[in-house]
Design a protein around this ligand. Structure first.
Ligand code: GAL
Ligand code: MG
Length: 977
């Protein structure tokens, strides 16, 4: 039996023990003036928490999880599971093999700290932290994503050296409520600090600042010596304006006999005239300094806060910010980094938020735990509405834990500590009780604490109120389902029984090539009272940079070994299973709107356009109608240019004058172009950019590209040239100097993650669509034209494919039809595929672009003339799959630097893709680094292409984007340049 009381407690399997010796959470910022204990610590990894310490020391960098650091002598690597726990033990048990990191270092305690209160702060440790100083037990903490503070005044001596030991146990009872869908790690993931205060100190500061300019600052004052000295007081300063202690409050306290003299509560009050209110569009902040004075007037302690004046309320089915029903254009965000796993810097966080702002997001759900403290400062500053979520997800054992009284303490502890830490941030508008933990009394207890403590914000919890109008009000003021189909949300809102705002906590799962139907979601949201938005799942693809040679995480040494979403040679983005884990959930961890290096995926451009603050409503005789779609801002922060893209004549530009519009207003403006009389298709785009530097975007950054069509296309024609003839081989395959593979029928795409997890790919494989064999049935020649009938035998019937090849002026026309039997209901695509000679490295097209787009993700890709190197058309999704498509292509050219090449004109706007990979190349590999580029181009021209949907987790595409059986016809003209 151990003599160490902390070990004797066995806190790793005692859920009732959430902490021991830990100071209460508070909102006083101690970062300035603190001593950083970050850096290399002595380290050893034990096989279990009660194993003896005594092996050789190596070292580990703090902050940083050991699973990412390839520390000599350790082999505990990252493991990814979604719902499943990585071990079999039931709560509250943890496995006997339980990696435990022992971190140790000496600390020189400054002599000038004599007489002061000395505090150790550990930013975050997962999942149980035990603290010893000079061998003496100091404390225990759980709650892996919040700081733990310990008073060391009694255990260290100023001017002397102390040995601090932090023991971190990886698996515990707490792991069962930290079963989030992400990598499992172990270690200290956030900074460690040591700081000192006067014995008389601010124990907490609570700020309430409302949109009418009312400010109330509640201070909690403590003295390390016990009783407070008579005569202390607080003062404050708000942007140079002095605040004095609220005498009313003091008198009320003095008269209230229940309040004893040493309670240590004081209040500052003020009314700010003409206050500049905070919202996500104009995040106005004020600087507040709170000072605690000793009886002689000298300052004992100070706390600085950046505060915002704003109100949040739920009124009926509306969530209101400053009285406005704001749309919630949100994303779920984890603290993730491809080199550190969990540890992020202020710069990382700023880069995340800047990118989100640039792509039209205004909200973040801190899935699924309190994020880095700096995230909230940045959200205040840059303007985001934050749903702050407590670190509770008991997914695998949700049902057992929600009502288990042994975990009651942990639920209340985690929610209350989050509220105590983050309550002063104007960005935080909603508290979330956690994720995927069923619903039980433990939630109601946490909700009850929160309602009493903070009456200024609503609470949400998906488990308590999905679309369920029978839900109790105790645990959720918001209906926040996940992945609800659009029609269910609309039906709920139209049912007459909806009682609260519907804001999906997760929707539009961004795994691989995804986010189909996002525009349909928003069309429904913006036209249905009661629907107010949602949070896309999720921001990050959590691919860890891995060395292929030894299979280890590259760690911090991997800095710079990636670009544009792709890992450098010899490296790859690891997902579940890549570290040799046997229990894992594969590529389900790669489901974000950005690559692991924060390179935006094409879906973000779709989102940017959907969120456009300025829209072109329609084209009328008097001009184009422009609308301001913001909630608070005018258009003066934007500037714009007109672009007119003519199908046959290039692009014209002209400066645009944005009208002076308040939110919700529209105005007609004249179109500055006269259309040329040739009758071709014409599209008008308003290129909207920032007019001056914004904190998140330099002047000239594109904000949106709204577009209207001014003129429809004229019917195309080509003159038949029967004198020239078309050459086909004995199998009826076109022979052409620029093609290395003749056009044949394709009904297959390399399955996307949605196709795989939605089981469509399974069906397509069972039909044999991935291995169709072409059999030529008949080849006829007449008047220089060749007609080829071929058959492709699928398991459920034969597909008849007819190709008519006709020589035309300058090239040849290919008219095709494919007849799909009824059994082939819902295939990936119907179209032609062919391959070109090497050297055609540039693609230019008129159609939607320039980024990747698909039939159900084509709202944000404007029609125009685009020009992109073939190598960059392809999107390197972590698990290779169909990608690189361009929607609505009217004509395209593939050319070599010497301007030779080919051009294809389509009968109508079609889905086209040009890549270096055949579908089977993509299907054959699991990681992008295994792909070998072909020298030529693989070209797909689709008569029909299935939508992407989001079936990897959530609804499939809408019925209008499915490919039906029956006859499909398409035609195209191929010319040599
Ligand atoms: C949700 C869950 C997320 C994530 C997502 C799928 O059910 O809340 O954490 O697992 O599904 O990627
Ligand atoms: Mg989960």
């Amino acid at each position: 039996m151990t003599s160490d009381p902390l070990l004797a407690l066995r806190p790793w399997e005692t859920p009732e023990v959430t902490s021991w010796g830990r100071l209460p959470m508070n909102a006083v910022d101690r970062r300035s003036g603190a001593h950083s204990l970050d850096g290399d610590w002595r380290f050893q990894l034990l096989p279990a928490p009660d194993a003896p310490v005594g092996g050789a020391w190596s070292s580990s960098y703090v902050p940083g999880v050991w699973t990412m650091q390839s520390i000599p002598g350790t082999d505990d690597l990252p493991q990814y599971t979604n719902v499943r726990m990585p071990f079999a033990e039931f709560p509250p048990r943890s496995p006997a093999a339980n990696p435990t990191g022992v971190y140790e270092r000496t600390v020189d305690v400054p002599a000038e700290w004599a007489g002061r209160r000395i505090v150790l702060q550990v930013g975050a440790a997962e999942s149980v932290l035990l603290v010893h100083v000079d061998g003496r037990p100091v404390g225990v903490s759980k709650d892996s994503h919040l700081a733990a503070e310990f008073d060391l005044s009694e255990v260290v001596r100023p001017g002397a050296r102390a040995t601090v030991r932090l023991t971190v146990v990886k698996w515990s009872d707490a792991s069962h409520i930290e079963d989030q869908d992400q990598w499992w790690h172990g270690g200290i993931s956030r900074s460690v600090l040591l700081y000192a205060t006067d014995p008389l100190h601010l124990a907490d500061v609570t700020v309430r600042a409302s949109r009418d300019g009312e400010l109330r600052v509640d201070c909690r004052v403590r003295d390390a010596g016990g009783a407070l000295p008579a005569g202390w007081y607080v003062s404050g300063e708000l942007d140079g304006h002095l605040l004095t202690q609220d005498g009313e409050f003091d008198r009320a306290n003095a008269e209230d006999e229940r309040v004893s003299a040493f309670l240590g509560e004081a209040r500052l009050r003020a009314t700010i005239p003409e206050v500049r209110t905070w919202n996500a569009e104009t995040p106005e902040l004020y600087g507040l300094t709170v000072r605690l004075h000793r009886p002689d007037g000298t300052v004992a302690d100070t706390s600085y806060h950046r505060i915002g004046f704003r109100d949040v309320e739920v009124s009926g089915r509306d969530l209101l910010v400053n009285g406005e029903r704001v749309y919630i254009r949100g994303v779920n965000r984890h603290d993730f980094h491809p080199l550190t796993g969990r540890t992020v810097s202020h710069d990382d966080l700023r880069a995340d938020l800047v990118l989100l702002k640039r792509f039209g997001f205004n909200a973040i759900r801190t899935a699924h735990y309190p994020n880095y403290p700096a995230l909230y400062d940045l959200a205040d500053e840059l303007g985001f509405y934050v749903v702050d979520e407590a670190d509770i997800e008991s997914h695998d054992h949700a049902h057992e834990i929600a009502d288990d009284p042994r975990y009651l303490n942990a639920f209340v502890d985690r929610v209350s500590r989050m509220v105590l830490r983050d309550k002063n941030h104007p960005s935080v508008i909603i508290w979330s009780l956690g994720n995927e933990s069923d619903y039980g009394a433990n939630h109601d207890a946490a909700a009850g604490w929160t309602r009493r403590h903070d009456r200024t914000r609503p609470i949400q919890y998906e488990g308590a109120a999905k679309l369920d109008w029978a839900a109790t009000d105790d645990a959720s003021d918001i209906a926040c389902p996940m992945y609800a189909p659009i029609e269910d949300c609309v039906a709920h809102a139209l049912s007459g029984r909806q009682t609260r705002p519907l804001i999906q906590c997760e929707y539009s799962h961004a795994m691989g090539n995804s986010n189909g139907t996002l525009a349909e979601h928003w069309a429904a949201i913006e036209s249905t009272p009661g629907l107010q938005g949602g949070f896309i799942w999720e921001f990050w693809d959590h691919g860890i940079l891995q060395r292929v040679s030894d299979g280890r995480p590259a760690g911090r040494a991997g800095a710079g070994l990636y670009e544009g979403g792709v890992a450098a040679p010899g490296h790859r983005w690891a997902y579940g299973g890549d570290f040799g884990e046997t229990i894992h959930d594969g590529a389900f961890i790669a489901d974000g709107v950005v690559f692991p290096d924060r390179t935006p995926k094409p879906a973000l451009y779709e989102h940017r356009e959907i969120a456009a603050p300025v829209r072109l409503e329609c084209f009328r005789h008097e001009g184009v109608v422009i609308g301001n779609h913001q909630h608070f801002r005018g258009l003066d922060w934007l500037s714009a240019d007109w672009e007119l893209a003519l199908a046959d004549g290039g692009t014209l530009t002209a400066p645009a004058e944005l009208p002076d519009l308040r939110p919700g207003e529209t105005a007609a403006v004249p179109v500055p172009f006269t259309l040329p009389p040739d009758g071709g298709e014409a599209w008008l785009t308003l290129r909207v950019t920032t007019a001056r530097d914004e904190p998140w975007a330099p002047r000239g950054t594109v904000v949106c590209l709204p577009q209207v069509r001014l003129r429809a296309p004229a019917p195309a024609s080509s003159t038949v040239a029967p004198d020239r003839g078309v050459e086909v081989d004995g199998d009826g395959l076109l022979v052409h100097p620029l093609l290395t593979a003749a056009p044949t029928l394709s009904l297959w795409r390399a399955p996307t993650d949605n196709d795989e997890l939605g089981h469509m790919a399974l069906r397509w494989r069972s039909w044999g669509l991935d291995r169709l064999v072409r059999k030529v049935v008949d080849v006829r020649r007449a008047h220089g034209r060749v007609t080829v009938l071929a058959e492709y035998a699928a398991e459920v019937g034969v597909v008849r494919h007819v190709q008519v090849l006709t020589p035309v002026e300058g090239g040849l026309r290919v008219e095709e039809s494919a007849e799909l039997p009824d059994g082939l209901d819902d295939v990936a695509r119907v179209g032609s595929v062919f391959e070109t000679v090497a050297g055609l490295d540039l693609m230019e097209w008129y159609g939607q672009g320039p980024w990747e787009s698909y039939p159900d993700r084509a709202f944000g890709a404007p029609v125009g003339h685009h020009r992109v190197p073939v190598d960059t058309l392809f999107t390197p999704y972590l698990r290779p799959q169909e990608s690189g498509g361009r929607h609505g292509v009217r004509h395209f050219t593939l050319s070599a630097p010497d301007a030779t090449g080919l051009t294809v004109t389509l009968d109508e706007p079609r889905q086209v893709s040009v890549t270096r990979h055949r579908a089977e190349d993509l299907t054959a590999v699991g990681h992008h680094d295994e792909l070998v580029r072909r020298a030529g181009c693989v070209v797909h021209i689709d008569a029909a292409h299935r939508g992407l949907g989001t079936a990897s987790c959530g609804p499939d595409t809408s019925p209008s984007h499915l490919v039906a059986p029956g006859v499909h016809r398409w035609s195209w003209t191929l010319r040599v340049l």
